[in-house]
Design a protein around this ligand. Structure first.
Ligand SMILES: C[S@@+](CC[C@H](N)C(=O)[O-])C[C@H]1O[C@@H](n2cnc3c(N)ncnc32)[C@H](O)[C@@H]1O
Length: 272
């Protein structure tokens, strides 16, 4: 039994469609169909207060794609541990990575049963590579690392992607220690790609109203964090250019200019 299990905090999320949940609201914001009335109502209320939330979700997904492309094409990564996978949609990690390097192996992890129900779309690896799906709670790092080790070789560099998930981990669960444990398990030359809802990119009234909606409607609390708190996740890594920025500012594709601004910090760091 792991410490997390002993504390009774980790495990698959109960399937409750009467409350909004992160995987499904994100799917709604991205224009998907795998969501329920409670998810849509929570997001419609949030969009009234903060219309840029839809752009923020799209910009986050685009960051994931550019980060995976960079890691595969420029950093030479061939192994990914993608935790907080979300409901499969266009540009899943193995699709982006295997388009560059077909031999890439990807282990996906999520704790929402709705993601498990769609996991077949994540297991469509090309023959040269491989993918695996693990239903697990990020807080149970030992279980994740043990099962991921069946497909990934932890003596070689691994990219850990924690994209739009760490704000679902409360301070009480010590999110920085969770990331540190994951980084400890991978060798020097591995990477961390992470994005996070930003406390300091929202005006205080908008933030308070958004937090109020989440408290009233959601199955899961969210913790918005400051740039400094997000930077701490990257301790022990060297940030690749352009450092810690808004998601749409991280190595934007040529010719893209956004009138809107997101409220997510992100970075990619190389373990020293
Ligand atoms: C907003 S989605 C992000 C999806 C994808 N990473 C992306 O950026 O496009 C966040 C995902 O994290 C998952 N998640 C949240 N807390 C988790 C936890 N403690 N353990 C595992 N997965 C979690 C949710 O179920 C959801 O699918």
């Amino acid at each position: 039994m792991t410490t997390d299990e002993a504390a009774g905090t980790a495990g698959p999320l109960p399937f409750d469609t009467t409350k909004a949940h992160q995987a499904r609201v994100y799917n709604y914001l991205l224009g998907g169909k795998d969501n329920y009335a409670a998810d849509r109502a929570a997001m419609e209320a949030s969009l009234k207060i903060y219309p840029e939330l839809a752009f923020t979700a799209r910009a986050n997904r685009a960051f994931l794609g550019r980060a995976v492309s960079f890691l595969t094409a420029e950093a030479g990564i061939r192994q990914f541990l993608d935790i907080g996978t979300g409901i499969p949609t266009a540009g899943n990690t193995h699709e982006v990575a295997q388009a560059v390097a077909p031999e890439t192996r990807v282990v996906y992890v999520d704790y929402d049963p709705i993601v498990l129900a769609h996991a077949r779309a994540l297991l469509t690896s090309g023959e040269a590579g491989a993918t695996e799906y693990i239903e697990a709670d990020l807080r149970d790092t030992s279980a994740i690392l043990e099962r991921a080790g069946e497909l990934l070789d932890f003596s070689k560099p691994v990219a850990i992607t924690l994209v739009a998930i760490m704000h679902a981990i409360s301070d009480a669960d010590d999110p920085h220690a969770i990331v540190a444990r994951l980084l400890e398990a991978v060798p020097s030359g591995s990477y961390l790609a992470l994005s996070h809802m930003a406390r300091d990119l929202l005006d205080p009234d908008t933030l308070q109203n958004l937090e109020g909606i989440i408290d009233r409607t959601s199955q899961q609390a969210l913790t918005y964090r400051t740039r400094e708190q997000v930077a701490r996740f990257f301790e022990g890594t060297d940030l690749v250019e352009p450092g810690l920025v808004r998601v749409e500012e991280w190595r934007p594709s040529a010719g893209t200019a956004n009138a809107e601004r997101s409220s997510l910090w992100c970075a990619v760091g190389r373990k020293s």
